[in-house]
Design a protein around this ligand. Structure first.
Ligand code: ADP
Ligand code: MG
Length: 586
């Protein structure tokens, strides 16, 4: 059924104007298509990437005004005015994005309101844009000799663009850059640790959303044959957001459903409410506000979740058996000095969490970092991997100082890690989560993904992800949602993800926590095998037996300071360590 749903829907939208459908419904359908384009951008930007924008209507205005101005003042063909509108919107989005996307929390939505107001104010006050009257008398669109002057003529074009855009976004979401965008909402620290520039992908989502909005504006101008500032104001920006949320935040087809519901209900309410209340006014806004609260309470995933419930979850077809393996980095020679942690220090206000701690890891070593809770082990990991900035000291990787570099740059050098508190994308499958690790070993970008020219590389990436999952005994769970796994398996999945980066040094923060006894033994076996393959390991672990059977050297920390360093036997025999670690001496 689902296989035919899209072609059937597309076919209906193409031939609808030829059927004896009243003009009114053709008009409504065009509006739904136009709104869907904008809402689609918001699904990507807000739903998937978690960046709220109230300012999309302004980008619609940029596309609409570019088309209106150029069509009335010049003889440029519509495709050129479209190109100009899109370039303007993309440049505006790049500038605004560069200024605001680094903001956190509530600043971004506020900034979007500010630029929405500013752009709208510009439209309404420029003499050459017709001020509040706007621009009238836009000629009918003529594309390749076909007159698209009437609503019936424009309908197939609007819907073809909207449906192609939806396909492009769907393809994007199922790709290397798309997974990076999907990682923005819940996993910025993790994404950066996998070598992903989260800022770059925020900007990407922002630009795509602006581009879709400008496209909608261009169509809108040719449909209305006039533009004025009011449809591009902040009210409309909120309404677009409402459509995306109502349909289902993060659901591509929810954008269409939300747009349809808003358009049709709004229209009916404009007729019905004045009759009920007895006076006219924009009462539908109040009704929408109430509806939004009800939807958020009873269907927080939006209306599409009711449709989605009946569809089987999309399952990736396993098509990568014949894929060529991804390239691997040359491994350092055994014994080479890899990591030199030199008197690193971290202060959180008055608390010295890591107090001038130093140790080294040579290629092929397994070094364990142990110590009681709060000793500063995880903070040391964060200092090495660039998640936290050093307060003092230096970290050197193969002789080069890497302190001060962002964690994505350090990851690309061949240092990978897991987190004590599992960091993953719960709504992605296990396989997709692990594929995030292979980000730095692959290249496909947004355009390749949208055109599906990335499939060969995707097969290589998924083959690698499966190989790493098989290695830790998880080949049976490839297609499960990561969020549904028990904690122990989530930890193992993180190890597979770190391995998928093809590291020279692997940092594992309490990898065995939450594992059952036989799982711990299996993990120890995997770690020994990694060592035999030339991997170097630095691990934090509480289970003494686990560490003692595995590590070449042990570094003991207490209250942020290094207590001692030695072989497992030396450490075990030390009374000071016993006192620190066990709290009492037996
Ligand atoms: P361990 O991993 O050895 O259990 P941590 O490195 O997590 O210890 O923590 C060391 C100390 O630093 C603890 O006292 C902890 O409360 C503190 N700490 C860790 N991270 C932060 C932070 N981001 N801000 C303030 N204090 C922190
Ligand atoms: Mg810790």
């Amino acid at each position: 059924m689902t296989r035919w749903a899209f072609p059937a829907f597309a076919a209906v939208m193409m031939v609808l104007p030829l059927l004896p459908v009243p003009d009114f419904w053709i008009t409504q359908s065009i509006y739904v298509g136009l709104y869907s384009l904008v809402a689609l951008g918001l699904v990507l930007l807000t739903g998937v990437a978690g960046l709220t924008s109230f300012g999309q209507a302004a980008f619609v205005g940029v596309g609409a005004y570019a088309a209106a101005y150029l069509a009335t003042q010049t003889a440029l063909p519509p495709l050129v005015t479209l190109a100009v509108g899109i370039v303007l919107a993309v440049v505006a989005a790049l500038v605004l994005g560069a200024l605001t996307l680094r903001m956190s929390g509530h600043y971004l939505p506020l900034a979007t309101i500010a630029w929405g107001l500013a752009l709208n104010y510009t439209m309404a006050n420029m003499e050459w844009l017709g001020k509040y009257d706007g621009i009238l008398g836009i000629p009918a669109m003529n594309l390749f000799g076909v007159d698209l002057g009437s609503g019936r003529g424009l309908h197939p074009l609007v819907w073809a663009i909207a449906l192609v855009a939806a396909l492009a976004v769907l393809r994007l979401l199922d790709s290397r850059p798309g997974r990076a965008i999907r990682a923005l909402k819940s996993g910025s620290t993790m994404a950066e640790a996998m070598g992903i520039s989260t800022f770059r992908y925020k900007l990407t989502a922002f630009v795509i959303a602006a581009l879709l909005a400008a496209l909608s504006g261009w169509l809108f101008a040719h449909f209305q044959r006039s533009v004025s500032p009011s449809p591009f104001g902040i009210n409309k920006g909120i309404e677009y957001l409402f459509m995306a949320v109502l349909g289902g935040v993060g659901q591509v087809w929810g954008a269409f459903l939300g747009s349809a519901v808003v358009r049709i209900v709004e229209d009916q309410l404009q007729v019905l409410l004045p009759r009920l209340i007895g006076t006219s006014g924009n009462f539908e806004t109040i009704v929408f506000g109430i509806v939004l609260v009800v939807v958020l309470k009873y269907a927080p995933d939006g209306l599409w979740s009711f449709v989605g419930r009946w569809r089987p979850a999309p399952r990736r077809v396993r098509d990568w058996d014949a894929a060529e393996p991804l390239a691997r980095r040359p491994k350092p020679a055994r014994g080479e000095r890899l990591l030199d942690v030199d008197a690193v220090r971290k202060q959180f206000g008055g608390l010295v969490a890591v107090n001038d701690v130093g140790f080294v890891v040579d290629a092929g070593d397994i070094v364990a970092l142990i110590g009681p809770n709060g000793a500063g082990k995880s903070t040391t990991f964060n200092l090495i991997t660039g998640v936290l900035a050093l307060s003092g000291g230096a970290v050197r990787w193969r002789g080069q100082a890497i302190g001060g570099q962002p964690s994505r740059a350090i990851a690309r050098l061949g240092i990978s890690r897991t987190f004590q508190h599992v960091k993953m994308i719960p709504e992605m499958t296990v396989l997709e989560n692990v594929a995030l690790g292979g980000y730095g070993r692959t290249r496909s970008g947004v355009l390749k993904a949208m055109l599906r020219l990335d499939r060969a590389e995707e097969r290589r990436l998924f083959a690698e992800a499966e190989r790493q999952l098989a290695r830790i005994g998880m080949q049976g769970q490839l297609h499960e949602l990561a969020g549904n796994l028990p904690l122990g398996q989530q930890r193992l999945m993180e190890i597979a993800r770190a391995l998928a980066t093809d590291p020279a040094l692997l940092l594992l923060d309490e990898p065995a926590a939450g594992l059952r006894h036989h799982e711990k033994q299996a993990l120890a076996a995997v770690l020994r095998q990694l060592k035999d393959e030339g991997m170097s390991l630095l691990l934090v672990e509480h289970d003494m037996d686990f560490v003692m059977g595995l590590a070449d050297r042990v570094v003991v920390m207490e209250f942020g300071t290094k207590l001692m360093e030695g072989t497992p036997a030396e450490v075990q025999a030390s009374p000071a360590v016993r006192a620190a670690y066990l709290g009492t001496e037996h």
